[in-house]
Design a protein around this ligand. Sequence first.
Ligand SMILES: Cc1cc2nc3c(=O)[nH]c(=O)nc-3n(C[C@H](O)[C@H](O)[C@H](O)COP(=O)(O)O)c2cc1C
Length: 296
Amino acid sequence: MAVIPLPLSPSHFYPSSHFHLRSQPSARNENNNQRDWDATDVQLSSPRPTPAHEAREFLGRTELPIMNIQRRGFLESGAVIGSALLLGGLASRAAAADSPPASTADIWDVFKRRRSVRKFKPDAVPEADIVRILDAARTPPTSGNQQPWKFLVIRDPEKIRQLKEACVERRLKQFDERKDTTTSREKFEDGVRSRLAGYFSAPVYIVVLTDNNSQYPGYNHWDGPMAAGFLTLAARALGYGTVFITDVIPDSVTKEVLRIPDRYTRVCITPLGIPVEWPDAPPKKKLEEFIPYVSL
Ligand SMILES: Cc1cc2nc3c(=O)[nH]c(=O)nc-3n(C[C@H](O)[C@H](O)[C@H](O)COP(=O)(O)O)c2cc1C
């Protein structure tokens, strides 16, 4: 009796010759030719035969054994049911193969659910996630494609502590200068520390900078926030919170503590981490208020 070859493993339907992982040079590696690719750069070659298509081809070649009619009928109907189950299974496999990986959130959902987060869990952010977020942060449009950014990543807890202390000192200096008599210095300091605690609870901080020596420095003030915006969305897509910080951690404090050269202008600093909770959306204007169709 001839044996009906049944597919035993996925490789039966995905012969290795149908898969070609290729690395796409990033803007960075185009110049230096370094092998520099990650999951986002890996693509399947096209056209890609679907598993279901492969299965049909495969089953078309299947030969049933020649036997008595009953046995053959039984086997044929078994083969039909088996094929249907197989094709159904493979179709869902094909659908699964075409759907995005679990970590890729729906972009509309990301727009809707991004929030400024000001209190974080201490859980570390894996390096791969930081890289993935920054890889997205460098994708927005820029004037003349100048891409004038630097993303300074702070993970050292001692540096983060120094940043926080410098913020407290700054506020205390202002308090002293105001000669405020309505509250004691100690009480004022307690208040400052408790307000800053959440901001400094993240395991990672990213300072978004633009380079004053870029090709078109006069356009940096447009290009800079583009990256910051993309960064906040990419972080949200991976489940991390951020907040575009300007005043709470003053520019001069980041420059001083992190010894940022004058050549760079800070766009913002953002914590990056898992939120203790996702805050509710603050009140937002209605869509109609933004869109005058006729005239302003
Ligand atoms: C230019 C800019 C400066 C901001 N500065 C601060 C800041 O210093 N401290 C802070 O907590 N949030 C800051 N934010 C965050 C805003 O407060 C926040 O985006 C706004 O309240 C709306 O909330 P949402 O981001 O959750 O939609 C800033 C945002 C922008 C765009």
